[in-house]
Design a binder for this molecule. Structure first.
Ligand SMILES: C[S@@+](CC[C@H](N)C(=O)[O-])C[C@H]1O[C@@H](n2cnc3c(N)ncnc32)[C@H](O)[C@@H]1O
Length: 240
């Protein structure tokens, strides 16, 4: 199969995106990040980690996160986020020990790596879960990315997706398509606002086991990226 290579450097996007994503988190999106990762355990591969805004939301039962980020400026931000979180957790653990507190803040060991969705062969079969948030909108080929994500999982592993998607109809759907054909990918480092992630999951030969659709922001303001999905895909325990 011919694979389209992703462009890696997006300096302008990398300069404004982290601030906008942090503002979204403060406005309530952080709760969706928490739910994306809720219940995960063991070893997790996160694709397109950006500046690392999911890192603080991994449950204590996750031991290790390999965070893939191809964009160099965002990768450096993600590395800083991981170091700051590790330092804060070490400090909190030493305070707990000094005061004999029964609880520990826990959290995974996070390693940020340079790789792309199109080739995750170095990680094949090693993970209990694979995660992406707001990434499938930007990859050159959603189906190929999902197929690659499935290869990193152990049997019975799961993929968790938090993505903005195309509107199911109404006025927004043609507006999204027009934006995707013109300025949107240019503004958003390859982002598309009209993609159908659920269909891409099916085309990749995977099965959605849990799905929720929601709008963010939830109020009256509608953005081209307002429709979202939170999806879980669970692989069979044995090859079928
Ligand atoms: C909108 S940002 C989302 C960042 C982060 N996941 C979040 O939730 O804030 C899209 C991310 O996908 C990454 N990305 C784009 N194309 C990619 C590819 N082909 N492989 C891996 N990551 C990719 C970008 O570098 C960027 O970090």
């Amino acid at each position: 199969m011919t694979r389209v290579a992703a462009r890696r450097k997006h300096k302008v996007f990398a300069s404004w995106y982290p601030g906008r994503a942090e503002a979204m988190d403060r406005a309530g999106f952080a709760e969706y990040r928490r739910r994306l990762l809720s219940g995960l355990t063991g070893h997790v591969l996160e694709l397109g980690a950006g500046s690392g805004l999911n890192f603080a939301h991994y449950p204590a039962e996750v031991e290790r996160v390999v965070a893939v980020e191809p964009e160099p400026t965002l990768r450096a931000r993600a590395e800083s986020t991981a170091s700051e979180l590790a330092a804060a957790r070490a400090m909190s653990a030493s305070t707990s020990a000094a005061t004999s507190a029964a609880t520990s803040s826990g959290g995974p060991q996070i390693e940020v790596v340079d790789a792309v969705a199109e080739d995750l062969s170095a990680y094949a079969g090693k993970f209990d879960a694979a995660v992406c948030s707001l990434v499938l909108c930007s990859v050159p080929d959603q189906r190929a990315a999902l197929e690659q994500l499935a290869t990193v999982l152990r049997p019975g592993g799961q993929i968790r997706l938090l993505e903005h998607v195309g509107a199911p109809g109404g006025v927004l759907a043609p507006v999204q398509r027009a934006l995707d054909a013109t300025i949107w990918p240019w503004i958003g480092a390859g982002c598309h606002c009209s993609r159908d992630v659920t269909s891409a999951v099916v085309l990749a030969g995977l099965k959605v086991t849990d799905a929720e659709s929601f709008r963010f922001p939830a109020g009256r303001l509608t953005l081209p990226t307002s429709p979202h999905v939170l999806l879980t895909v669970v692989l069979p325990r044995r090859a079928q």
